[in-house]
Design a binder for this molecule. Structure first.
Ligand code: ZN
Ligand code: ZN
Length: 454
């Protein structure tokens, strides 16, 4: 019986095993990232984009960030066997197959972002969220102030801080006591519906607060005008402190009829499962592949708004040439190490650790904050590792740690990353080409450059 490769193709010349049980449904199928419009656009046009960036995009998108180039190159290797893979072997039947390596690029790679989303959802549902109603609160900014967050992405973390301080204060005013605390998770987002730059903060928050003894008090109504006012004051304070705006700007903006700030708290959910779904919506990738198409005739990328936003003359469809599409999609890549979610109040790591300690559950050996952080990090790491197989199963619809042939336990034998070895093995596997198909009719875009179509 021949051994099968990642794409289901025999590579009997490499290994011969005797396996009598076949179950075609469970055969590991390599996902084919190279087929997506996103991949094809980047594989074919990213170099042209780099060449044209300064002239065409720098004015509106700012300097090209180093992270953009690094992340795109990593993404172009994600799941592509020619860029390296792991060899896996079944301990029971000896079946061998290969698994492409992933790039873990946030907000660009749909597959890797999805894995993060699933891991978060699993962890939040099992360990973080309390069984109380939750609410989604969205904070957004006036156009005039968005630019500061484009040029200084670290400021986004501080914007999230503004949202939390406004909420904390709002709870204290509402309940008229300062010993009440909500559990909240903040999600930093930079993308608007059509991949425009729109920095905003989503918060998943308990619809009420916890007292010191653990009693939960429900919030009976939300005065979002008040909340918006508190958020606005925090943002002004931040930007003045950073010397990005002066008091004159603040006074001028305060005189506007519509402040341009907003706090929306209209979505409420009752169960943990619904709160997890809401969180997944907040953490999702800015780009939805299913809404992305290549229009052969017009040589344009089209992007469809979600159904409920599809009204209006364009029918909710945006059309971009491929370079503009690349500018938009790469604009939302976060900086290295930039934390996109934060846990606050009752859900903060320190607060959860304290409760664990008080309830006699095992905790760190020592009470110092550093040790606590270390513990939380390693807990998180272990959790991520434990749930990895479960999550990949959801993404790939198969558990890669189980043999796709007989269901036996699989061991990763080695990672093949040397070009020569990769080529040798892939040649022997006789896999079909993974070169992405070019996007039809796109070269005319580059008539004025020395661009040579691939
Ligand atoms: Zn990836
Ligand atoms: Zn097996």
């Amino acid at each position: 019986m021949p051994v099968q490769g990642g794409s289901g193709v025999a590579f009997s010349s490499i290994l011969k095993v005797d396996c009598t049980k076949t179950s075609p449904k469970r055969v590991y199928r390599r996902r084919q990232p190279e087929k997506s419009v996103l991949y094809r656009a980047l594989a074919q046009h990213f170099e042209s984009f780099l060449l044209r960036y300064e002239q065409r995009f720098e004015k509106s998108f700012g300097y090209l960030r180093t992270i953009v180039r690094d992340t795109v190159y990593r993404f172009l290797d994600c799941g592509i066997l020619e860029s390296g893979f792991a060899r896996a072997r079944c301990k029971a039947c000896g079946y061998e197959f290969v698994v492409g390596l992933s790039c873990k690029a946030r907000c660009l790679c749909p597959s890797c972002h999805k894995k993060r989303e699933l891991i978060w959802a699993h962890w939040a549902g099992e360990q973080l969220l309390e069984d109380v109603p939750h609410r989604q609160v969205v904070f957004s900014l006036p156009k005039r102030l968005k630019i500061f967050f484009r040029y200084d992405r670290k400021l986004l973390g501080e914007l999230a801080g503004c949202a939390w301080r406004a909420l904390r204060l709002y709870f204290q005013i509402y309940f008229d006591r300062d010993d009440i605390v909500a559990g909240a998770i903040g999600f930093i987002a930079t993308a608007g519906e059509m991949l425009n730059f729109n920095p905003h903060i989503h918060v998943l928050i308990t619809d009420g607060g916890f007292l010191k003894d653990g009693t939960f008090r429900h919030m009976l109504y939300w005065d979002t005008d008040k909340l918006e006012e508190l958020f606005r004051a925090e943002v002004f304070r931040l930007l003045i402190e950073k010397e990005l705006i002066g008091r004159d700007t603040v006074n001028n903006m305060l005189s506007w009829k519509h402040s341009g700030f907003s706090a929306d708290a209209s979505v409420r959910v009752e169960t943990i499962a619904d709160a997890v779904r809401l969180g997944r919506y907040m953490i999702r990738s800015p780009l939805v592949l299913e809404r992305l198409k290549w229009d052969d005739e017009r040589a344009q990328v089209t992007y469809q708004a979600r159904p409920k936003r599809s009204k209006g003359p364009s029918g909710g469809i945006a059309r971009w040439d491929v370079l503009e599409f690349i500018a938009r999609v790469t604009d939302h890549i976060p900086e290295t190490g930039q934390q996109l979610t934060r846990n606050w109040g009752y859900y903060a790591n320190a607060s959860r650790a304290k409760r664990r300690r008080e309830s006699g559950l095992p905790n760190s050996s020592n009470d110092t904050q550093n040790d606590q952080r270390e513990q939380d990090r390693s807990d998180g790491h272990r959790q991520r590792r434990l749930s990895w197989a479960k999550m990949i199963q959801k993404v790939y619809e198969i558990d890669p740690l189980l043999c796709p042939f007989c269901g036996g336990e699989v061991k990763i034998l080695s990672f093949i990353i040397r070009h020569k070895t990769i080529k040798k093995i892939l040649d022997a596997m006789d896999l079909p080409s993974q070169k992405p198909e070019p996007l039809a009719h796109s070269p005319p875009l580059f008539r004025d450059t020395t661009y040579v179509p691939l």
